[in-house]
Design a binder for this molecule. Structure first.
Ligand SMILES: *Cc1c(COP(=O)(O)O)cnc(C)c1O
Length: 321
């Protein structure tokens, strides 16, 4: 049986999780969802009595929450496209000190590669950044059915290798996130006004458990729960018409992601279904300007109060010139 979410939050139902543990459970992966973290302390307790490894999947949030409390045995970071520190590829496995010795031996079998910030890398990064800044362009891309931009599907894992990362690139990425957090806090004040209109902002920056002590955590995208799927869908259309790259993120619970369906046992996860049906995510990167935030507040507010709904007819694919 899949383990469901708690109602209206991207967090595992701990009772269901406990019941799902069996003799063949080797690890629990606690996923930080756009800055909204799991209760790592509670899951660590479930793991401790049973010798289960706890992995903190912090691909969507930097720094990882478990770097404060050391609840997880391992944390993983992604440096891929669209992640907090974007080096267009690679990642990091953070290992708790008590596992260092075993891991040093275990990792040596994987070949070592170098990630050079060479010309190809610079060009890819320049294109990506140009897309971020040019909302019209991104809006068109987003509506293009050929590119499957943003669609998630399971890909078979490539062979594992170790990557020699450029330390300065990682550190400068982390530095940018600190500055972004300051900008986001200003925007959040505006976005929170929507909570009076049935929109719920899920990932207020710095809501990630213990990590909130730092006070300057950024979020990868702003995530709202709409009052209904219909209003969510209308919001995605209306915002994309204005060049604001809104989306429904994964669009469905993990058990229904293409490629995953056949790997998991069937069973209901109604809270996760409901969450996926109402989730709306918005860009939160440094290219977002205050007039974009004002537009978001206007569009989402009007969808509830019924004023000038977006032109739905234009939402079904790109216009053919
Ligand atoms: C992107 C992502 C990953 C995978 O990261 P890659 O670097 O693309 O392999 C894992 N977990 C979560 C939650 C992610 O968002």
């Amino acid at each position: 049986m899949p383990v469901d979410f708690c109602p209206s939050v991207p967090r595992l139902d701990l009772n269901a999780l406990q019941q799902a543990i069996s003799d063949s459970t080797v690890a629990i992966v606690a996923v930080n969802f756009l800055g909204y973290g799991e209760d790592l302390g509670a899951i660590a307790q479930l793991c401790a009595d049973r010798q289960i490894t706890l992995i903190d999947d912090s691909a969507q949030s930097y720094p990882p929450a478990s770097s404060y409390g050391a609840e997880a045995d391992f944390s993983i970071l992604s440096f891929g496209r669209g992640k907090p520190i974007n080096l267009t590829g690679g990642g990091a496995l953070l290992v708790r000190k008590d596992h260092m010795a075993e891991l040093d031996r275990g990792l040596e079998c994987y070949p070592l590669k170098h990630l050079r910030a060479g010309r190809v890398w610079q060009i890819r990064r320049a294109i990506f950044n140009a897309l971020l800044q040019n909302r019209i362009c991104y809006g068109l891309l987003e509506r293009s059915p050929f590119l499957h931009l943003g669609e998630t599907r399971l890909k078979p894992m490539a062979p594992i290798y170790r990557l020699e990362l450029n330390r300065d690139l990682v550190l400068s990425g982390a530095q940018c996130l600190q500055e972004l957090a300051v900008q986001q806090r200003i925007y959040v004040k505006e976005l929170l006004r929507l909570e009076a209109l049935e929109w719920k902002l899920i990932n207020v920056p710095a809501s990630g458990g213990k990590a909130s002590n730092t006070g300057d955590l950024s979020v990868l995208r702003f995530a709202f729960l709409a009052p209904s799927r219909t209003i969510r869908d209308q919001a995605v259309c209306a915002l994309n018409d204005r060049g604001i790259g809104a989306n429904d993120f994964y669009g469905k619970p993990v058990a229904r992601i293409p490629g995953v369906e056949d790997l998991v046992r069937r069973g209901g996860a109604p809270n996760a279904e409901d969450f996926a049906a109402r989730l709306l995510t918005l860009p939160a990167h440094e290219g977002v300007e205050s007039q974009d935030v004002a537009a978001v507040v206007g569009v989402l507010g009007n969808l509830i109060t019924g004023e000038t709904p977006g032109d739905g007819a234009r939402c079904h694919g790109p216009e053919i010139p």
